[in-house]
Write a protein that binds this ligand. Structure first.
Ligand code: SAM
Length: 282
């Protein structure tokens, strides 16, 4: 009797479908999630599949390829928009106390907020720079891949029920003024002063597929690289390295580090506990 031949080990069907869906998203729309940390992408895609009413990822892929109505929705699932004004106040306090004295020595400044989400991090920087008398000489670049988030960042409008937490963070970050100096309220929303974004360039930019575009004295990229696999993190840090001027600063999120980066040697720890690094001499 013939021995039963075991079938070759196969990839789970769902993994094949996810691979093909991400490939379709990239080849049709140039959004590249192929090297994001897979477990979190899988979780988000499962959520999208259920909530958008698809029976399979293959069905999603079909819809994605043959019309462009799904791509924006999918982006909203695949990109995490959690943020806050003066998120992790200790980070902004360290910038104010330890980085600003260096920034003051420059006649003009360029600051890049990479992965700015709906603008919370950007307004934090703008307010801090205003309080330190540096805003007028600073050009800020606020970049993200999610067009809806960029639009919200540009509008600078937040629900009023978020303001108490923002105000507390601002004070803990060493705020020198009252946060209410920077917004007006209308219809249950806080509208941030447009003077804060007078010198901001909002731009669609991907750390995965795009190149460096300016020489900056500070790059803040917080809570973005946690979603990337290691080679992708190296790519992003390589961009920051190439973008930073001599002795420029890089700020990361609280769960991020340069310790395992291929570019670690290009930086020194500046404020270790707040993940603020300085570009070593070129
Ligand atoms: C969790 S939010 C972080 C927001 C803010 N930086 C903070 O720390 O509060 C992550 C942001 O990264 C953006 N993002 C994801 N992939 C990106 C990429 N390849 N290039 C630029 N931004 C990206 C998302 O759209 C989202 O707005």
């Amino acid at each position: 009797m013939d021995a039963k031949i075991a079938p070759p080990a196969t990839e789970a069907v769902e993994d094949i479908e996810i691979h093909l869906l991400l490939e379709a998203l990239y080849r049709r729309y140039h959004y590249d999630f192929r090297h994001y940390a897979r477990a979190s992408i899988k979780r988000r895609l499962r959520q999208a599949r259920a909530q958008l009413g698809f029976t399979s990822f293959s069905a999603m892929q079909d819809t994605l390829l043959h019309g462009d109505a799904l791509v924006g929705q999918l982006l909203d699932y695949l990109t995490v928009q959690v943020s806050e004004l003066f998120r992790d106040p200790g980070y902004f306090r360290a910038i104010r106390e330890k980085v600003v004295p260096h920034l003051r020595t420059y006649p003009s400044l360029k600051i890049w907020i990479a992965g700015c989400s709906q603008g919370e991090e950007l307004y934090s920087f703008a307010i801090l720079l205003h309080e330190e008398g540096l805003l007028d000489r600073t050009l800020l670049y606020a970049t993200d891949i999610n067009p809806a988030a960029l639009e919200a960042a540009q509008a600078g409008v937040y629900p009023l029920d978020r303001i108490a937490a923002f105000t507390q963070n601002h004070q803990q970050a060493g705020g020198r003024t009252s946060l209410s100096d920077y917004y007006t309220t209308a219809y249950g929303r806080a509208v941030f002063d447009k003077k804060l974004r007078a010198q901001v360039v909002f731009s669609d930019h991907s750390l995965v597929t795009d190149a460096v575009f300016a020489e900056c004295q500070f790059v803040s990229c917080r809570n973005v690289m946690i979603y990337f696999d290691r080679p992708l993190q190296d790519r992003a840090v390589g961009l920051f390295k190439d973008s930073l001027s001599r002795r420029g600063f890089l700020g990361l999120g609280s769960k991020e580090t340069l310790r395992f980066s291929a570019h670690a040697d290009a930086f020194s720890e500046f404020v270790r506990e707040e993940k603020i690094y300085q570009r070593a001499e070129r």
